[in-house]
Design a protein around this ligand. Structure first.
Ligand code: AKG
Ligand code: FE2
Length: 212
């Protein structure tokens, strides 16, 4: 139902063939404080309408509940996690990951092995301020590469020490944003709720083993 609304308002690129673009010099790096950085590659995947539709359809999206401040609350987005060694839900994501590995392996020193998928059904879905610090990201430099599909949303970043104002990146259909260096432990990120009626967004987070 909600995907129809999004397609009616977009029909962005139905005639464009699905392509995972090159990275190389198309990636723009923004250096943050404390050894954190963000890479941006707008329009990395073109012709991604069909990919979006396939993921909506084929991923076994799950609602989760979590304990927060002594209460059990609904997680405000749907989730699906592909562990190390599990096949990704779409061949285009496998190709995207191979392209990331080719570009980042020299700097990262290891491949991206897991994929976390989030579905933000509308503007009320969100992720609160956090760093991906469940695993090694709490103590080591690492990378988290995020592919955005569907409705553009704001990905906000702020330093944990409060020394700089938050940054806001509008991440759109087919865009790649990579958080690197110390970003998970020295900065936090969030996808804030929006008061505007928004269509759905899918985010695919590629992470190395042991980063969560
Ligand atoms: O949706 C996004 O782009 C970010 C998701 C995120 O930060 C997470 O799942 O850890
Ligand atoms: Fe995160």
């Amino acid at each position: 139902m909600f995907e129809e609304a999004w397609f009616q308002s977009s029909l962005l690129d139905v005639d464009t063939p699905e392509t995972v673009g090159a990275l190389g010099t198309t990636v723009e790096r923004v250096r943050l404080t404390d050894g954190a950085w963000v890479d941006l590659r707008r329009g990395w995947i073109s012709g991604a309408d069909e990919l979006f539709a396939r993921l909506m359809e084929t991923v076994p999206w799950r609602a989760e509940r979590r304990k927060m401040y002594e209460r059990i609350v609904d997680v405000p987005r749907l989730l699906c996690f592909y562990a190390d060694g599990e096949p990704l839900p779409d061949p285009l994501l496998t190709e995207a990951r191979a392209t990331l590995d080719h570009h980042y392996a020299p700097e990262l020193g290891e491949p991206f092995t897991t994929a976390g998928l989030c579905l933000y059904r509308d503007g009320k879905d969100s992720v609160a301020w956090h760093g991906d610090t469940i695993g090694r990201g709490s103590s080591q430099d690492t990378m988290v590469a995020i592919l955005s599909l569907g409705t553009p949303r704001t990905l906000a970043l702020r330093p944990r020490n409060g020394a700089a104002p938050p940054l806001r990146y509008e991440v759109g259909h087919g865009d790649l944003l990579v958080m690197g260096g110390s970003c998970q432990r020295t900065w936090e990120h969030a996808v804030p709720k929006s008061a505007r009626p928004l269509g759905p967004r899918i985010s695919v987070q590629f992470r190395p083993r042991g980063v969560r």
